[in-house]
Design a protein around this ligand. Structure first.
Ligand SMILES: *Cc1c(COP(=O)(O)O)cnc(C)c1O
Length: 459
């Protein structure tokens, strides 16, 4: 499969380049030049596979020039052997709604599903290239943990994780900071998540710096993550027998996870609607409901992994809305950057709404949803998952409705305690982090200071 950038579709790229670079040199996002669309017959032939075998079938066409099918097979089995569920994910029922639990990996959030695979992709790549790579990633709490677990102890690769100081939950921080391997560096930035993200972008844009350290990224724009996430949409679809119309409600920040659902739909999976569920940082809900994409300041909420204003992956959808016009996509993205807003024409908004609906949830509603669900079913939802469920209930759509459960509730004990006066316990495998020594440094929200920190560590 060949890839192009959303800002230049005449130049082709290999999967290896897409994976290692993350972001295209022209500032655009990588997407496949063409996407394989499954027929109903082909879908049927996939419907009985185990999660791992399905992942092999779905992912291979995207990466065929990077490794052989048998190499991928070994890597997938290895990646998912770290999960607490044999089938990686679990689908549970809450009344008429189904909840897809994606948090049974080592760091208790859905991001493990993609990141465990990426860690092994790096190992594979570095076993064939004599290079040292430095992964630099911004996190609102979960990406960093998942990336650290996937990379720790691997040869010829270091990982630097920037998290917003005091703005991730203590459990989120401890999962990252108690890791002792010497290729792992935690940096607490004095700023918010968007500041962390901007620092990483600025370091990538500085070619002298980024080339000098072989900088690589694993943030949610990395295409490898998207394809790994598409797998659970297929898997869930096949789990549901006597299907009506299938809707997924997805707690959304950077538009990565829900974009993976959209990709699955483009690949022929008959999904009806994808519900973009946001917290009070509702830029995507405002864009989808009114056509106005307008950047506001970031609020801190009880669902910190979604406290984001600029939804990086949205550019991939904008490219489709612009009828695959790279020049126009570039113009739109520059306008958004310069003016902080963009208004979608009516026909484009209609196009968005063919696939997406949206809702947002305020903090009170999140607390109430956790309480209602606990009282009714004795199931504790984490605040992000509660947003997915609450948004779905607000929209009130017919069909088979599936909410993506993106994190284990124990990662956000304050919200749970506030809601139902219970402190959710960590799975026994992770209990040890609570009183282990933490390793992280506090760095000002400043590009040159951050670069200097990284250079010093690499000496
Ligand atoms: C990252 C994250 C999200 C948002 O996912 P995106 O792909 O950025 O939209 C939602 N919930 C949790 C728990 C997360 O960690």
């Amino acid at each position: 499969m060949k890839y192009i950038s959303t800002r230049n579709n005449s130049k082709e790229h290999s999967f290896e380049e897409v994976f290692i670079k993350g972001l295209a040199d022209d500032g655009g996002l990588f997407i496949p030049k063409e996407i394989k669309k499954y027929t109903q017959e082909e879908l049927n032939s996939l419907s009985e596979l185990s999660y791992q075998d399905l992942a092999k079938k779905i992912i291979y066409p995207f990466i065929g020039d990077f490794m052989s099918e048998s190499e991928l097979s070994l890597i997938i089995d290895k990646s998912y052997s770290t999960f607490r569920k044999k089938n990686v994910v679990d689908l549970i029922k809450l009344g008429d709604t189904k909840v897809l639990e994606l948090f049974h990996g080592p760091t208790l959030a859905f991001k493990d599903v993609a990141m465990q695979l990426l860690g092994n992709f790096y190992e594979f790549y570095l076993s064939k290239n004599s290079k040292n790579i430095n992964i630099i990633v911004a996190t609102s709490g979960d990406t960093g943990a998942a990336a650290i677990d996937a990379i720790k102890g691997k040869k010829n690769v270091n990982i630097f994780v920037l998290h917003p100081h005091n703005k991730v939950s203590p459990v989120q921080r401890k999962i990252m900071s108690t890791v002792k391997e010497n290729n792992v560096f935690n940096i607490a930035i004095e700023g918010n998540f968007d500041d962390c993200q901007n620092l990483v972008k600025a370091m990538f844009a500085d070619k002298d710096f980024s080339n000098s350290i072989n900088m690589s990224g694993v943030n949610s724009i990395n295409w490898a993550r998207i394809i790994a996430q598409a797998v659970y949409y297929f898997y869930t679809y096949f789990l549901i027998k006597d299907k009506k119309s299938i809707n997924f409600s997805v707690p959304t920040g950077n538009f990565g996870d829900v974009y993976a659902g959209y990709l699955s739909k483009k690949m022929g999976l008959p999904i009806n609607k994808l519900i973009v569920a946001t917290n009070k940082n509702d830029i995507l809900h405002r864009a989808i409901s009114t056509g106005k994409y307008e950047v506001e300041t970031v609020f801190e909420t009880n669902s910190p992994s979604m406290d984001i204003q600029v939804a990086s992956n949205f550019e991939r959808l904008i490219y489709d809305l612009n009828d695959f016009d790279d020049i126009e996509t570039k113009d739109v993205m520059i306008k958004i950057k310069d003016e902080g807003k963009y208004i979608f024409a009516k026909n484009r908004l209609e196009k968005i709404r063919k696939d997406f609906l949206s809702e947002s949830m305020n903090e009170e509603e999140v607390i109430e949803t956790i309480r209602n669900i606990y009282n009714k079913y004795k199931v504790i939802l984490d605040p992000h998952t509660a947003i997915g469920l609450g948004a779905l209930n607000k929209i009130n759509i017919e069909g088979d409705n599936i909410v993506l459960a993106t994190a284990h509730p124990c990662k956000f004990p304050d919200a749970i305690d506030k809601s139902i006066s219970i402190k959710p316990s960590l799975p026994s495998e992770l209990q040890y982090i609570m009183d282990k020594k933490e390793y992280y440094d506090i760095v000002p929200n400043n590009v040159s200071k951050t670069k200097q920190y990284i250079k010093d560590k690499l000496k």
